[in-house]
Design a protein around this ligand. Sequence first.
Ligand SMILES: CC(=O)SCCNC(=O)CCNC(=O)[C@H](O)C(C)(C)COP(=O)(O)OP(=O)(O)OC[C@H]1O[C@@H](n2cnc3c(N)ncnc32)[C@H](O)[C@@H]1OP(=O)(O)O
Length: 215
Amino acid sequence: MDPLVIIGNGGHSKVVREIAILSKVYEIVAILDDCFSEITMMENIVYGPLSIVKDFNLTVTKFFISIGDNFTRHKIFQRLGLAEHHYARLIHPSAIVSKTAAIGYGTAVMPNCIVNAEATIGNHCILNTGSIIEHDNLLQEFVHISPNATLTGSVKIGMGAHIGASATVIPGKIIGEWSVIGAGSTVIDHVPSHCLAAGVPAVIKKRYEKRRQEV
Ligand SMILES: CC(=O)SCCNC(=O)CCNC(=O)[C@H](O)C(C)(C)COP(=O)(O)OP(=O)(O)OC[C@H]1O[C@@H](n2cnc3c(N)ncnc32)[C@H](O)[C@@H]1OP(=O)(O)O
């Protein structure tokens, strides 16, 4: 099994670790998070701060950023500076992924997720529990599709966008970069970048000018 270093020690990380174990492809060798000020070892797993990432042998080790918040995941990716091919893809065995779909590096596909024909999923995305990504979707990097959300056919999701739990996007609509769709919303129009859209049907509630500057 290939050694796997998990970055992040929060709630999302717990689910990611379970998927890694079930994959039978990876052996978790370390969990790194700046919540650990010292390096310790328990049951053959190293716990320590992010700064020790450079101590792992890049030719054999894979990495996975298991942080649910898209902004933070992106910032950590930039800080680590590792090339994309050093990141693992983690797909839960109960997920159904079409053979014609493409899944990016560093992307997690959670239990009971469905990714249908010719969908393209970017790097470092989260396809959360029970989400449905229909045919011909195009998701850019650092996107999070929350539990039970449905992206119907030919939807496009811009970089860093977050689709809330149980939200639905009707066919062919485009969600702009770093936008957020409220939980339970139904999107029937394109949503521009850096917006919060929510409700049934979803309307734009606010613009995230300040958050864009932080990225
Ligand atoms: C395993 C896991 O846990 S994965 C994580 C999954 N997480 C989610 O699904 C979280 C989704 N989050 C939400 O829906 C939140 O309500 C957010 C992120 C949209 C709130 O964003 P904020 O920027 O804090 O917005 P805020 O709470 O100020 O609300 C702004 C407006 O949107 C409305 N609004 C917010 N969320 C929703 C929603 N889901 N549906 C309808 N309206 C909403 C508010 O009522 C408010 O409306 P108003 O201006 O007319 O009064």
